[in-house]
Design a protein around this ligand. Sequence first.
Ligand SMILES: C[S@@+](CC[C@H](N)C(=O)[O-])C[C@H]1O[C@@H](n2cnc3c(N)ncnc32)[C@H](O)[C@@H]1O
Length: 235
Amino acid sequence: MNLRYEDKSKLVQKVFNKVYDKYDLMNDIMSLGTHRIWKKNLVSWINPTPSSKILDVASGTGDIAKLCSNNTNNNCSITCVEPNEKMLDEGKKKLKDLNNLKWVLSSAEHLPFKNDAFDYYTISFGIRNVTNLDKSLSEAYRVLKNGGRFFCLEFSKPQNELLKNMYKNYSKLIPTIGKFVAGSKMPYDYLIESIDKFYNQEEFSKKLIDTGFINVEHRNLTNGIAAIHTGWKIE
Ligand SMILES: C[S@@+](CC[C@H](N)C(=O)[O-])C[C@H]1O[C@@H](n2cnc3c(N)ncnc32)[C@H](O)[C@@H]1O
C-alpha cells in the first residue's frame, strides 16, 4: 500500500467512518473474542496506579481507557486521543460514566500536549493506521516524562508456519464477514492488507530504538498474531 500521506489519511478516515457503529461487534466476531484477552494482557503489563497519567492514542471506542480506569478504581487520569469524530463519539457515549477520562480530537502525528507530560503512552491497534510512523513515534517520545513508558499492542507476525497458513486462510474470510455484518467489504480489505504490510516484531523494535526508547522488548500474543512492544524514555 504505497499511498501518499494525504491519501492514506483519507482512506483511514473513510474506513472508520464506515465501521464506527459496528466496530466493537466486528472486533468480537473477527477475533473470536481474543482481542479482549490481548487488551487485558496489555493493561496488566502496564499495571497503572491511581496516580498514573496515561495518554491513550488512537483510542477508538475507548477499550484501553476503560481497562486502565478499572485497574485503578477509576482514579488514574487518562487522555484519549482519536482523529475520527465518529469513533471518538462512540467512546465518549460508551464511557460517559467515567469522569477521569478526557477526549481529544487529534492525531498521533500532532499531539496537542506539552513535553514530558505523561507517565504512559499507549496505542492499541492504532500504530498501523497512522500516516507518518516516524513522526508519531517521536511525538510519543516527546510527550512522555523522563522515566515514562511507551506501550503498543498491534498485529504482528505469527511465529509458527502452521499457524501462519491457518491465519492467512482465515484472513481471506474477514472481508466477507465484514460485508455480511457491517455491510461493507472495503474496510476489511484495508484491515487485512494493512496487517500484512506492517513491520515484524524485530523491525518494529528497531523503530522504537531509533526513536530513542531504551530497554525495548516485546511479548508475542497468540504465537505472534499480535504483539505488545514497550520501551522507556530515560534521559
Ligand atoms: C483499529 S482502531 C483501534 C481502536 C482502539 N485503540 C482499540 O484497540 O480498539 C484504530 C483507530 O486508529 C485511529 N487512527 C487512524 N489514524 C490515526 C492517526 N493518524 N492518529 C491516531 N489515531 C489514528 C482510527 O480512527 C481508529 O479509531
